[in-house]
Ligand binder design. Structure first.
Ligand SMILES: Nc1ncnc2c1ncn2[C@@H]1O[C@H](COP(=O)(O)OP(=O)(O)OP(=O)(O)O)[C@@H](O)[C@H]1O
Ligand SMILES: [Mg+2]
Length: 347
């Protein structure tokens, strides 16, 4: 049973709350991600689930059992630490066998499992190597094999891919996700990388300063952010404060957003790819005249910064072979979008 429930969990350091009143439900077999900037409390939450630190209040249940005060070795939780925390004077195999020895498994089982999990992470030939002689990516795999070998009910992964180069990180994302799915193991994954969170997770919880701002599917987090922090942190967006004057919603440059009726709206988010650039005044719900300030070529797409009456809009367009852009800095353009592309936010 691997479903994990955190109820109103708070951890204080002095009078600073590393996390406050966190309630999360992580289903059995789910890939669940804690996403947020540095210092928002991600590692603190993992350490409480693993039992290395105790919450000041609230409870943690695993498979229906209250484990809040249970010692770490009695929890059946495997953790890959942010810095891997391998035993430097042991070989790869000894590292993987360590947890199995603590569990007092038979010699036969220890050998069989260390072999199986090393093979699973692609390190068959590495058993006798000293971990100090491995690359960062290889060490990360050893740490993963070590935590999987004890066949935990929950796997906790603290930014396990952050030290890898971009290409290796991409392939490890795919491998890790496949391994997790094949084993069906409940996984809590920590990252500050929103692309990683969106592409790997069944559910994502977005944190800021010890508080959970939104917990939902990747699609929901991206398409229906709960507030301006989530909108800006997850994916690129144009985030503009708005005010109301005589019942009309206005951007700070005076542009009227007449389709926004709810006067509790404080911000508007528009994704860069929702805006179309053209030379002509389109018959869209909104069509704003502007001047291109900057062009950013990204290969698959081009980003444009466009000045609209003193406010910078960021627009992103896919680079199709058939579509050659004649736009450049200084060009006069129109930005068009519809009401559905505007995401009103209350805070
Ligand atoms: N042992 C400690 N004593 C005092 N403060 C701590 C301790 N551990 C963490 N903190 C504080 O609690 C907050 C949350 O820390 P935490 O390590 O959980 O952040 P994080 O989200 O994992 O950050 P990062 O992405 O940088 O790893 C930070 O402000 C940190 O300084
Ligand atoms: Mg951390």
């Amino acid at each position: 049973m691997g479903n994990l429930v955190l109820e109103q969990v708070t951890k204080l350091y002095g009078n600073h709350a590393a996390c406050s009143n966190i309630s999360l439900e992580i289903g059995e077999g789910e890939f669940f991600t804690l996403l947020g900037p540095s210092g928002c409390g991600k590692t603190t939450i993992l350490r409480m689930i693993a039992g290395f630190i105790k919450p000041d209040s609230g409870s943690i249940q695993l498979g229906g059992r209250n484990i809040t005060q249970l010692e770490p070795e009695k929890r059946n939780v495997g953790m890959v630490f942010q810095n891997y925390a391998l035993f430097p004077f042991m070989t790869v195999q000894e590292n993987v066998e360590y947890g199995l020895k603590v569990q007092k498994k038979s010699q036969g089982e220890i050998k069989e499992k260390s072999r199986r999990y090393l093979a699973m992470v692609g390190l068959e030939g590495f058993a006798k190597r000293a971990v100090s002689d491995l690359s960062g990516g290889e060490q990360q795999r050893v740490a993963l094999a070590r935590s999987l070998a004890i066949e935990p009910a929950v796997l906790l992964l603290d930014e396990p891919l952050s030290n890898l180069d971009a290409r290796l990180r991409d392939s490890m994302r795919t491998e890790l996700k496949k391994l997790q799915k094949d084993l069906g193991i409940t996984t809590v994954f920590v990252t500050h990388d929103q692309t990683e969170a969106l592409s790997m997770s069944d559910k994502v919880a977005v944190f800021k300063e010890g508080n959970c701002r939104q917990c939902s599917t990747p699609e929901d987090i991206y398409n229906a952010p709960a507030d301006s922090f989530v909108a800006a942190f997850v994916g690129d967006t144009n985030l503009f404060p708005v005010h109301f004057d005589e019942n009309c919603c206005l951007l700070s440059n005076g542009v009227r957003l007449s389709s926004i009726q709810d006067e509790s709206t404080r911000y508007i988010s528009i994704r860069p790819q929702s805006i179309t650039l053209s030379n002509n005044n389109e018959t869209a719900e909104y069509s704003l005249a502007g001047t291109i300030k900057e062009k950013h070529f990204h290969g698959a797409a081009t980003g444009w910064t466009v000045d609209v009456q003193g406010l910078d809009f960021f627009v992103s367009e896919t680079n199709l072979r058939s579509k050659k852009s004649n736009l450049s800095p200084g060009s006069k353009v129109f930005l068009s979008f519809s009401h559905d592309d505007l995401h009103p936010l209350k805070k």
